[in-house]
Design a protein around this ligand. Structure first.
Ligand SMILES: Cc1cc2nc3c(=O)[nH]c(=O)nc-3n(C[C@H](O)[C@H](O)[C@H](O)COP(=O)(O)OP(=O)(O)OC[C@H]3O[C@@H](n4cnc5c(N)ncnc54)[C@H](O)[C@@H]3O)c2cc1C
Length: 339
C-alpha cells in the first residue's frame, strides 16, 4: 500500500490490517498521496472515472465493509511546522501526520494545548471529524482552522473553527460536509505559557506540582495503557458507543432506582450518562459472543478476537444496545463511522 499516484495504485488491496478492528475488507483501489498535487491528481482521476471516494486515516474509528468499490484515499501529507508569535504558537500540520506522534513532539517542544490527547490513535486529518477528546480537552479547544479540498472540484479552502460546528464527538465533517471534502491540513493554537488541564479523573494525582506538557502527556499515556486494550494486541476501535445525552427528567427517574449512577449535567436541560457504566450494569462486561466481546476492563470497548466481520459486529452491538434500552430506556449510538 501507500501508492502516490493512480498509475501505481493497487487493484484489490486488502485493508484488513489497515483498520484497528481488523474487519476483513478488500478495496478496489487504494491510494495514499504524499503531496497536494498528487492528492489533486487522485481526485481528478476519481472524477473522470466516477469512482466514489472513501476517505481513510489510520482506520481506528471505522467499521469497514467486506468490499469497498471506487477509490479508498488516505491523504499521507506528513509535513508540519510551527509559527511563533511570543508565547503563542501555531502548528500547521498535514493530514497524514500521526496524531500521537504530533502530540509527543509538541509536548517535547514544551508547548501546551494537546498533551491530554496523547495516545489517541489515527491521523491528524481525521481528528476534526469527530472532534477527538479525552481527559477534559477536545480538539476544538485548540483548533484554529482546517484546510480542505472539495472532492468534486479539487478546490481548496480554509474553514475556521466556528465553521466546523464542533460538538461532542461531532462536527460538520460528519454532517453537511460528509463525503464532500477531504481534510488536508490543520492549524492548531498552542502556548508556551503553562495551562495544564488536570481536573479529569486521577490525572492531577499522576503529575508533579509543576507539570510540563511532556509529563502530562506521559501521565495520560500511562493511564490509558492501564485502562484500554492496545489495538495492536487485541483488535478494537476504542469507545464503541457515545456517552448518551438524555433529559434531566429521565436522569432523575433513573437516579431514584440507581443512586450511584454517574451523570454529567449539560446545557439545555440535558444530562450525559456514561455508556460504559450502563453496559456494565447489564452484566455485559467481559461477555463474548463468537468473534466479538465486551472488553473485560472497559465495557465501552468492543473487541474482535478474529474470524468475524462487520455484520457480526453490528449484530453484537445491537444486542448490547437493546439490552441497555430495555433496562434503562436509553438509546446508545455508535461512535465509529459505518463506512
Ligand atoms: C484504542 C483506541 C482509543 C481511542 N481513544 C479515543 C479517545 O480517547 N478520544 C477520541 O475522540 N477518539 C478515540 N479513538 C477513536 C479514534 O482514534 C479517533 O476518532 C481518530 O481521530 C480516528 O483517526 P483515524 O485516522 O484512525 O481515522 P479513520 O478511522 O480512518 O476515519 C475516521 C473517519 O474520518 C474520516 N476521515 C479520515 N481522514 C479524513 C480526512 N483527511 N478528511 C476527511 N475525512 C477523513 C473517515 O472517512 C471516517 O469517517 C480511539 C480509538 C482506539 C482504537
Amino acid at each position: 500500500m501507500g501508492a502516490d499516484s493512480l498509475d501505481g495504485a493497487s487493484v484489490w488491496v486488502d485493508l484488513t490490517t489497515a483498520n484497528t478492528l481488523r474487519l476483513p475488507c478488500q478495496a478496489a483501489r487504494y491510494i495514499a498521496p504524499t503531496t497536494l498535487s498528487s492528492l489533486q491528481a487522485a481526485l481528478y482521476s476519481a472524477r473522470i472515472h466516477q469512482w466514489p471516494i472513501t476517505l481513510l486515516g489510520g482506520g481506528s474509528n471505522v467499521l469497514l465493509p467486506p468490499t469497498l468499490h471506487g477509490m479508498a484515499l488516505r491523504p499521507a501529507l506528513r509535513h508540519w511546522w510551527l509559527e511563533r508569535s511570543g508565547d503563542d504558537v501555531t502548528a500547521y500540520v498535514g493530514a497524514g501526520v500521526s496524531w500521537h506522534a504530533l502530540v509527543m513532539a509538541l509536548a517535547t517542544h514544551g508547548l501546551w494545548g494537546v498533551e491530554n490527547l496523547a495516545l489517541i490513535p489515527g491521523d491528524c486529518g481525521a481528528a476534526p471529524v469527530q472532534n477527538i477528546g479525552a481527559y477534559g480537552v477536545e480538539l476544538s479547544d485548540v483548533l484554529k482552522a482546517v484546510q480542505v479540498a472539495e472532492l468534486a472540484t479539487g478546490e481548496m479552502y480554509w474553514l475556521n473553527a466556528d465553521a466546523c460546528q464542533f460538538g461532542y464527538r461531532d462536527s460538520i465533517f460528519k454532517r453537511a460536509l460528509a463525503g464532500k471534502v477531504v481534510i488536508t491540513q490543520l492549524a492548531l493554537r498552542l502556548s508556551a505559557t503553562p495551562r495544564p488541564v488536570l481536573g479529569y479523573g486521577d490525572l492531577a494525582a499522576r503529575v508533579s506540582e509543576s507539570p510540563t506538557p511532556l509529563s502530562v502527556a506521559q501521565a495520560v499515556c500511562a493511564i490509558r495503557q492501564e485502562k484500554l486494550p492496545d489495538p495492536a494486541v487485541l483488535a478494537n476501535a476504542g469507545s464503541f458507543f457515545k456517552n448518551p445525552l438524555v433529559s434531566n427528567e429521565h436522569t432523575h427517574r433513573l437516579l431514584k432506582e440507581y443512586p450511584d449512577m454517574p451523570y454529567f449535567p449539560q446545557p439545555n436541560n440535558q444530562t450525559k450518562l456514561a455508556a460504559g457504566w450502563l453496559i456494565d450494569q447489564c452484566g455485559l462486561k467481559g461477555q463474548r459472543l463468537g468473534a466479538f466481546g465486551v472488553h473485560e476492563r472497559q465495557a465501552l470497548v468492543l473487541v474482535h478476537f478474529g474470524g468475524g466481520d462487520r455484520p457480526g459486529l453490528l449484530s453484537f452491538a445491537d444486542t448490547i444496545a437493546q439490552t441497555v434500552f430495555d433496562r434503562f430506556g436509553v438509546l446508545l449510538e455508535l461512535e465509529p463511522r459505518v463506512i
